[in-house]
Each structure stands twice: as C-alpha cells, then as structure tokens.
Design a protein around this ligand. Structure first.
Ligand code: GCW
Length: 676
C-alpha cells in the first residue's frame, strides 16, 4: 500500500555512501509548509534507504552537503547562468546539480517555487531508488501541461461511480475534525508524479457539496493538499440554485442565478483562497444544464466562469455530451454542439474532451474535437479507472493507449498537429493547459484494487507532466520502484505491461469493434440486445447482420468520419487504407472482406479473440516464472487475478464469437481453440 514510494535499502555501496554523505548534512534555505513536506519525505526515505534519519543543519552552510530551496533563496550561491537556466523552467520546474562555493562542492535541489523544489526532491529520491543517480549530471525538468488533475467520481455517500477499489477515500462523516493519514499519503503519491489538482466529487454531481457544512470539510482536505502543491476543484451541479436556494430557475442569464453562483463562489474562496474551480457535466446523460432554458454550453459555462474569474479560478466544462433524443450518431454530437461555439468561451474556461468520441472504449480513434476548435481552451480527459477494460480484475497497462492518442496526428490546425501538441498549447498558444484522468483510487489496501493498476495512476501523472514521454520509459520506472532492480523482473514485468493493452483489445473489441460490453455495469461481454435506449445497446454499435459487421461512419453512413481533417477522411474512408485497428469503427464490411494478412474479416475477428486469450495465458506464464523474485503476497495476488482474467478473456471470446456467428453463419478457423 505504499505504492511506488515504498523506499528500499540501497544495496550498491558507492551510491549508499554518496547518499549517506548528502543526507548527513541537509540545509534548507528558508521555511514553509512545502519544505516541511520535503523533510517528511526525506525522513521516510532516509530511514528506509539508510536505516537512519537525515541530519538537518541550521549552522554553517559550509559544513553542509545537500542544499534545498528556491531559486530566489539560493541566489547568493548559484551562478548567474544557473539562475537563468532555472528561471526558464517556469513555475513548477526544478533543477538539481552541483554548486561550487569557495572551492567546495555542494549538491543542490532548486525549484522556482517551493513546489518545484518538492518535485525535484521526489525526482532525486526516484533516481536513487532506480539506481540512476549521478551527482555529476545536472537534471532539470518542468511540466508541459499546467493543470495535471485527477477527477474522482466519488459520491458523498462514499460510493464511487465506476470505482473498483473499494469506497471513496474521502471520509466526509469524520471530516473536518479527523484527518485520515491516507490523505497525506495520497498527496505524497500525487506530488511525486507531478499531479497538482484534484476534483473531489462525481461529475454526476450532488449540489450538497456546495453547502457550507461540506465546504468546511473540503477546506480541511485543501489544507492537507496545499503543501504538496495540489489544488482542489469541485463538481458543480448546474441546477444547484434551485436545489440549494429554492430559486425557480437555473437559467444562466437570470440575474438571480448569476448572483447565487457569485455568492457561492465567494463563500468557497473565503474558506479556500486557492480553490481551483469547478468541473461541470451538463446536458449529458440526464444531467441538468443550460439547454433546459434554451441557452447553449457557452452561456452556461461563461456564467460560472465569471463567478470564478474574480478569484482566478478555472471553469472546466466537459465535452462529453450526447442525448438519446438526438437521432444523430453519438460520435458526432460533441462536435455538433461545440464547433459552432468556438471562440465564445471565456478565457478561464477549458473544454475537457475525452480521448475518444464514444466513451473510454478499449480502443478509440482520437476525438474529432481535437483540432476542430482552436479559439477555445481544450483539455484531455483520460480514464484511469478501467470501466471498459476489465475493471479491477484485468491487468491492463493503459499508457500505450494514451500514448497512441497523444501521438495521433490531427492535421488540424496545422499539418503536423497531434493531440499532444494541441494539449501542450503548441498549436494555438493556449496557456491554461489541462490533462485530467478519472481516478482509480479507493479504500482498498493497495489503493487501486489490482496491484498493477497502480501503474496506471503512476503513468497518468507522468504523461500529464510530459505528454511526450513513452509508455515504455514509464513502465520501466514504475517496475523498478515497485518490484526493485532485478533485470529479469524489470524486463518481464515490462513485457507484461506493454503487451497488456493490445491483449485486452484482442479479447474484447478487436478491429475497431466497440461498446459491446455488458449493459449498465459494463463488465464482461454483451454484444446482444439487452433492452433500454438504442444508443446504450451493443447492436447499435456493431451493426452485425447477415451481410457483415461494423458501423459505417463514412460520408455514406453516419458521416462522423467527415468531422476529421481531410487528410484523415481521405485515407480512412477507404477500408484498404484505414489502420485495421479502426476498421469496424468506421466501416460496415462483408464477412468475407479480405484483411491485409489474407484472412477474411470473419476469420480475422476469430483470430484476434483467440490470440487475446492466448496472450493472457502467456502473461500468466511470464508472471509464474518470476515467483522466486516477487514478494509472495504480491505474487499470489497477481497470480489469482490473472486466473480470473484468463476466464474472462475466454468468456469474452466465446460470447462474442458465438454471437457473431449467428449472423456470419461461418465456421471458426480450425486452428483456433473452438469457442463453446
Ligand atoms: O463512461 C460513462 C460512464 C458514466 C459516466 C459518464 C461520464 C460519470 O458509464 O458512469 O458518468 O461516462 O463520463 O459522464
């Protein structure tokens, strides 16, 4: 349960003596709560790594070894070049390296702000734990994204929507009086990977969170998180003026409604002066919003943004909007709503767009809103919790999927644009950048249900900090911090991690199939009709019939493909040119359609499902081969879950293939394990 912060004794003797020497004389250039947090971390790390506490010196600087502070505080001892270099790293950046003074060398960890220093210290400890610390190499780093945020879908009764790791860690009942030590560990874990914002509550929001009683509880959390550089956001229910104040309307143009939000916001800031802002889901899946009053998303968002702007707050408005009353392909609805509003949102509004247009499917092409609205701030919403990816029983490392999306070329607004470059603000000059992830954290002892799901929390933070980092680099870092240095462990766990996403896609939704999971709970397969509205049932998405399978979204079909840039439309409209992983997302094709490897579509589908199951078995074998090298409890936990995953992969394969066979009326290839 210590996550990647489970510091281990240093084995290598030279490294050990170096670290021992540095921690034997630590000098802080000043005092503030963040430096207290740093001390706490150094205490924990030093005791585990060296078996003793660090020595903090307040005496002569000359007698110390390790210097910690901000650029301003160290200005007397840093060279002008060093100062300029650090300054260029911006608010959250840090530098660590050697500083010479009067013929002696010291090691310094320096941020522009205290929180940058904290990030630098975590980075330094990481480097020790992963055996890469080299005093002679200067390291500097700064985030490419400004708001790196977790979205909790936590309800006030402590249930968690799409949460698979127990209940909400926010113990509202005992707050504000009781501060659970978990809150501090949570803040440490987040800060260690650069997460600097958290929205505490479900986007399917309960207005009660905005009452004064709850605000006091939220304040207590904000106070815990502040030294770790983490700002608190809340979800705002659009109809709160009606529910909390008894107003007749929540119309954003109504002066009383505006006054309500202004007063409410002022009140929140009186408790939490650095409150981040609101996150809003409106007019989607039955949530209230401006449409009830004939107003559009911009009018709704701007009203809240105005109330926040007075305090420097940010309004995050979700683009995940669709209505089943709208006959239009759900894929298109967000673009239809938001494209005409481009440029109409206030400066402190960010439109938070999911990675794909449908809904966090095992694999989706990137959302066509990226590149389509360029006069509005946009941010990413990833889902760390595995709603559609086997929840907490399946081992699926999500970073390769996120990397795929971030690297996707949008061709808009410019020829070389990618989703990542748009998010970084490189394309439009957007300053207020955001990557959010729907949290997978709960009260389970190991925080995330599946031990390997910790890697997704970790990877999310790393990618939000730097969208250009590779999933492979992160996998290696997480593995070393979690399981240690052994090279066999590092390479085999790396293999498991890096292949796990493609494996899940194979046994769940290969070749662009999507939304064929069990209705409502979204667990396991359910490609058949299960009642309810059309756009929540699977056949709407796979369109299987006696002729073939797939959703025609070309210009001849729903037209969703035309929302992408012309370069993409041209290529993807042709089934022979579209990447096969998206084939059935955009095309309805005959069962005998020939795939690139010469198999028919029907055979290809069968081979993918079959391969998915076999890949899970491969993961089991690889894991089994590590038994002697992994902590027995952790080993057994993962072993058991992999067994469940194998059964679930078979369940997916059997259910989907047998069901689709009722349309294809073709035999399975003889060389696959026959579904039954
Ligand atoms: O992924 C779907 C989930 C809903 C969720 C919704 C959303 C919070 O099934 O549980 O509601 O998306 O993102 O708003």
């Amino acid at each position: 349960y210590k996550l990647w912060l489970d510091y281990q004794p240093i084995e290598e003797s030279q490294l050990k003596s170096e670290v021992e020497s540095l921690l034997g004389g630590v000098y802080f250039f000043g005092e503030n709560p963040t430096f207290e947090a740093i001390k706490n971390e150094l205490d924990l790390a030093s005791k585990s790594m060296l078996g003793k506490a660090p020595i903090y010196s307040k005496e002569r600087l000359q007698n110390t070894k390790l210097w910690i502070g901000t650029r301003d505080q160290l200005s007397q001892v840093l060279s002008l070049d060093q100062q300029a270099e650090i300054k260029a790293l911006g608010e959250d950046g840090y530098w660590r390296g050697t500083v010479e003074l009067d013929g002696k060398s010291f090691y310094a960890i320096v941020g522009n702000q205290p929180v940058g220093t904290l990030y630098g210290v975590y980075n330094w400890i990481n480097s020790i734990q992963s055996n890469t610390f080299d005093k002679g190499t200067e390291i500097s780093d700064s985030p490419k994204i400004k708001i790196r945020m977790l979205n909790h879908w936590d309800n006030l009764d402590r249930t968690v929507e799409r949460g698979y790791a127990g209940f909400s860690i926010w113990d509202w009942h005992r707050l504000p009086g009781y501060i659970d030590p978990r809150y501090i560990d949570y803040a440490r874990a987040n800060a260690s990977i650069g997460i600097n914002a958290v929205s505490l509550t479900n986007v399917n929001a309960n207005a009660l969170i905005l009452t004064t009683d709850f605000m006091k509880k939220v304040k207590a959390l904000a106070d815990v998180f502040r030294p770790y550089g983490i700002k608190v956001f809340l979800t705002a229910r659009f109809s709160a003026p009606i529910q909390l104040e008894g107003l007749k309307t929540a119309d954003p143009l109504d002066p009383e409604v505006q006054a309500f939000w202004k007063k409410k916001t002022d009140e929140i800031y009186s408790f939490i002066p650095d409150f981040g802002g609101f996150l809003v889901k409106a007019n989607s899946e039955g949530q209230p919003g401006p449409h009830e009053y004939g107003r559009n998303h911009a009018e709704g968002a701007n009203m809240l943004a105005d109330a926040l702007a007075l305090h420097g707050g940010v309004l995050i408005w979700r683009a995940f909007v669709y209505s089943h009353e709208d006959e239009v392909d759900r894929h298109m609805q967000a673009n239809n709503e938001f494209e005409p509003l481009d440029g109409k949102f206030k400066d402190n509004v960010i439109i938070q767009i999911k990675n794909g247009a449908i809904d966090f499917q095992p694999r989706e092409p990137f959302h066509p809103l990226y590149g389509a609205i360029n006069e509005t701030n946009v941010g990413m919403e990833f889902q760390i919790t595995q709603e559609y990816l086997g929840q907490a029983t399946n081992l699926v490392y999500l970073a390769p999927m996120w990397e795929e999306v971030l690297k996707s070329k949008t061709y808009k607004p410019s020829a070389n644009s990618t989703v990542g470059s748009i998010l970084e603000g490189k394309e439009t000059g957007q300053k207020m950048t955001l990557i959010a992830g729907v949290s997978n954290i709960g009260t389970d002892r190991n925080w995330t249900g599946h031990l390997f799901a910790q890697s997704n929390w970790f990877a999310f933070g790393k990618m939000a900090w730097n969208p250009e980092v590779t999933s492979e680099e992160i996998a290696e870092e997480w593995t070393k911090l979690t399981f240690g240095q052994d090279s066999e462990v590092v390479s085999k766990v790396g293999e498991i991690l890096l292949e796990s996403h493609e494996t899940a896609v194979d046994y769940m939704t290969p070749l662009g199939l999507h939304h064929i999971m069990g209705r409502s709970h979204h667990y396991g397969p359910g490609p058949w009709v299960m009642g309810g509205r059309a756009d929540w049932t699977a056949p709407y998405y796979h369109q299987a019939d006696s002729l073939g399978i797939g959703f025609d979204r070309t210009a001849d079909g729903s037209g969703a493909l035309t929302q992408y840039a012309p370069e993409i439309v041209e290529k993807w409209s042709d089934p022979n040119q579209i990447p096969e992983k998206f084939l059935l997302w955009f095309h309805h094709l005959p069962w005998d359609y020939q795939l690139k490897d010469g198999n028919t579509l029907w055979e290809g589908i069968a081979y993918h499902y079959d391969r998915g199951v076999k890949e899970v078995r491969q993961m089991q074998q690889t894991w089994a081969s590590l038994e002697s090298k992994i902590d027995p409890e952790e080993f057994d936990h993962v072993r058991q879950l992999l067994e469940v995953q194998e059964q679930e992969a078979e369940w997916w394969r059997n259910a989907c293939l047998l069901y689709f066979q009722t349309f294809s009326k073709r035999p399975f290839p003889a060389d696959i394990e026959q579904p039954e």
